[in-house]
Write a protein that binds this ligand. Structure first.
Ligand code: CDP
Ligand code: MG
Length: 729
């Protein structure tokens, strides 16, 4: 029996009977209006309701308004509706995560009483559920950034709401700067327009609007350039709007945040007013562990079980914060295994995962009430910290970690599990006290808590910038060093991004966007991947390149249960390629397609079916995008798979490592030690050179998705960087 996780006094305190904190949730029905009518009472009882008129008034009076309100006060679901009811035009509401955008859009459509995709819709990468009737469009921040490329003044929107701004994701930060610029420019144009009689432009306005709207339910990307590969002049933001500027009014911006430090946003937007919405928070009793936990997954599993068995299931559901999908799936499995051997009398438990890449079909169970005599244990990433409010939670288990993207020029981009900030810890705790008094179990000691940083560092200060720099360039920002960042990334990081884009041939030696760079900016992918796809045309392996890029879009393709390591290893041996993971994954996809994703087959081979479905989705969308860009997506290299690896190198030459005489690998660009991930087919194999998709931190820095390459290929892949490199040394 594994040791119990010890919190001082938990059993006594927690065992007190508590009231049922569950809110009834309605399933969407065809009768939209009746449902909306029923939800009206709930809407009006939200804390934000009393601030409705004040908010509308401020938005009318000021170009930018900052709204601060406790999670669950109703910012995201209500403010867009208030705007709609008050006659504002089309509004975009950005979310840092896909799942939040889709699930909130669904809820708001229910409250408004319209089918999703009508007046209320969403658009996320690879999925568009909106139409030309859509007035409230929920989207990811990345999606809105992309929209600026085709609609530089975002003219289809009267209002843009930047939600969850406190998270300071990379894309939110870039959007802040772009929106500020667009707002200024629209003000100028609107003032010009006021001097011209409206009727003069009426017809044209119609046309220009129609051009920018999406139709139906497929992805909206830019129309392909006539000749996508031809060089062309790069327009600046200002240049773009010279032609037709009719009907452009001012842009209203609303910045919403769940934490109190909103002065920075206000200062950034010329002293914009800050509106504070009172929250509703019940007391939460917080416990720390008495000793540090060696394995937070185990601790999370045991703590959830303890709560479940020691408190009545009517005392509310449990929300467990973990770092990512892999963590969530391990704990989900541990819980299911434990539940299978519950003695009679213990109520059932229902683990409900929620993370960014969870397919839509599986999201709703998180919000639906559990069946009778069953308790939901929600396993979430920090998505449940502030962006989603899940009803019925009374117990929170906080692992104290989250996953962050990091970047080190010597080794490349990494995905690391790191301690959260105090501010995050407080938000997590708050989730337990939304509907009644609750309990929070921190899986770390009180002195560890005291060591945590006050706030997380904005992502823009710590991650790789090549994708956003490419997007800025494509949006006409010629001098990214001078861009009005709210928090300026280091010069070094910006230079590194510029250099990488130059090495990828996306920028020329004057730092200007090349035709290839513009083409790459069409892809909602890191530039390395779009470069691979580009290279695959010439090499005649576009089908394989798209397949592998799609396969790399998920965290893990296989399950490797700790107790069945040998068995799963043996089952997966059939896919294994001697050249490494990229081709192994390709073999897996081919085999999966042959059996049509059969459930039993996936179980037998320990294949993560949920993720494979996501892969197929991404592949479909990439194929559509490539077809629009007039790429031949059927071009296949058959069995000459070296061609595919060479294509990958043309995007990943910065993620290479060479074998050293002592048997270790050292990164090419920084001579940093690189360890092959134990889950890789290249683990324990020695080959002169490898390249990898990314680095993750488990107990040391591990390269994941690793393939063997000929060192000469590396030099050929990027003559700009390694042209004179002596790879035989
Ligand atoms: O954005 P903020 O955190 O301020 O709150 P919100 O997301 O607008 O949520 C307001 C309320 O709507 C929450 O307290 C939930 O009770 C409810 N809600 C819900 O019941 N189901 C959803 N899918 C979303 C929100
Ligand atoms: Mg919200």
């Amino acid at each position: 029996m594994p040791p119990k996780v010890v919190f001082p006094d938990t059993a006594d305190t927690v065992a007190k009977p508590a009231t049922n904190g569950k809110t009834k949730h309605h399933k969407p029905k065809q009768d939209h209006r009746a449902l909306a009518h029923r939800l009206r009472g709930q809407r009006e009882s939200l804390p934000i309701f009393t601030a409705r008129n004040a908010i509308i008034q401020q938005v009318r009076q000021h170009p930018t308004v900052i709204v601060v309100g406790e999670t669950g006060s109703g910012k995201t679901t209500q403010i867009p509706q208030y705007l709609l009811e008050s006659g504002f035009g089309t509004t975009a509401i950005t979310q840092p995560r896909r799942v939040a955008a889709t699930s909130i859009a669904k809820r708001v459509a229910e409250e408004v009483g319209t089918p999703l995709g009508g007046r209320v819709g969403y658009t996320i990468r690879f999925e568009d559920c909106s139409s030309d009737k859509t007035q409230l469009r929920f989207c990811t921040d990345g999606l809105l950034l992309r929209e600026i490329l085709s609609d530089p003044l975002l003219r289809r929107y009267e209002v843009v709401i930047l939600d969850e701004a406190h998270e300071r994701t990379l894309r939110t930060d870039i959007l802040l700067g772009m929106l500020k610029d667009i707002q200024r420019e629209r003000k100028r144009v609107a003032e010009l327009n006021q001097q011209v009689p409206d009727a003069y432009f009426e017809e044209e306005e119609e046309v220009s609007y129609r051009d920018h709207r999406s139709h139906g339910t497929h992805v909206t990307f830019d129309e392909p350039e006539e000749e996508p590969m031809q060089p062309e002049a790069v327009p600046s933001v200002i240049d773009n709007v010279h032609g037709d500027v009719t009907g452009i009014g001012e842009l209203k911006i609303i910045v919403m945040s769940a934490t109190l430090d909103a002065e920075r946003f206000s200062a950034y937007f010329d002293s914009a007013p800050i509106l504070y919405v009172a929250g509703r928070q019940f007391p939460v009793t917080t416990y720390y562990t008495t000793t540090p936990q060696a394995d937070y997954l185990d601790a999370a599993h045991l703590t959830a079980l303890q709560i479940h068995t020691e408190t009545p299931s009517t005392s509310g559901d449990i929300l467990v914060f973990l770092s990512g999908q892999e963590d969530i799936e391990s704990v989900e499995k541990l819980l299911r295994d434990s539940a299978a051997s519950f003695p009679p009398g213990v109520p059932a438990l229902l683990p409900c995962p929620i993370f960014a890449a969870l397919p839509q079909s599986q999201q709703s169970q998180v919000f639906d009430p559990a069946p009778e005599f069953t308790r939901k244990i929600i396993l979430a990433t920090n998505i449940a910290e502030t962006s989603l409010t899940i009803p019925g939670i009374r117990h929170v288990v906080d692992s104290g970690v989250h996953k962050v993207r990091g970047f080190d020029p010597r080794v490349g981009e990494s995905l690391l599990v790191e301690p959260i900030s105090k501010s995050s810890a407080r938000q997590r705790t708050g989730r337990a006290g939304r509907e009644a008094a609750g309990f929070c179990y921190r899986l770390y000691t009180e002195s560890d808590y005291a060591q945590l940083a006050e706030d997380s560092i904005p992502e823009i200060k710590r991650c790789q910038l090549s994708m956003v720099v490419l997007q800025l360039k494509a949006a006409g920002v010629t001098d990214v060093m001078q861009f009005d960042f709210m928090d300026r990334p280091s010069k070094k990081a910006l230079k590194h991004a510029l250099l990488e884009l130059y090495a990828l041939d996306a920028l020329d030696d004057r730092g200007e966007l090349t035709a290839l760079g513009r083409w790459m900016s069409e892809f909602p992918l890191e530039p390395s991947y779009s470069k691979v796809i580009y290279a695959s045309q010439k090499a005649g392996c576009t089908r394989e390149a798209i397949d592998i890029v799609s396969l790399l879009s998920v965290d893990s393709l296989f399950y490797v249960p700790a107790d069945k390591r040998e068995e799963s290893n043996a089952a997966q041996a059939v896919f294994r390629s001697t050249e490494g993971d990229h081709l192994t994954f390709l073999n897996l996809l081919r085999a999966y397609n042959k059996v049509n994703g059969d459930r039993e087959w996936c179980q037998e081979h320990f294949v993560n079916r949920r993720n494979m479905k996501h892969v197929l989705d991404v592949r479909l969308q990439l194929n559509r995008l490539c077809a629009r860009l007039e790429l031949d997506t059927e071009r296949s290299c058959g069995t000459d798979l070296d061609a595919v690896l060479k294509c990958f190198l043309s995007g990943f030459f910065h993620n290479c490592a060479l074998l050293q005489p002592d048997g270790t690998y050292r990164s090419l660009n920084g001579s940093q030690a690189v360890h092959v991930h134990p889950g890789s087919s290249m683990f324990a194999k020695k080959t002169p050179a490898i390249f990898y998709d990314q680095l993750v931190f488990t107990n040391k820095l591990h390269a994941r998705a690793v393939s063997a390459v000929d060192p000469m290929w590396i030099a050929q892949a990027s003559p700009k960087l390694y042209g004179r490199l002596n790879t035989t040394a």
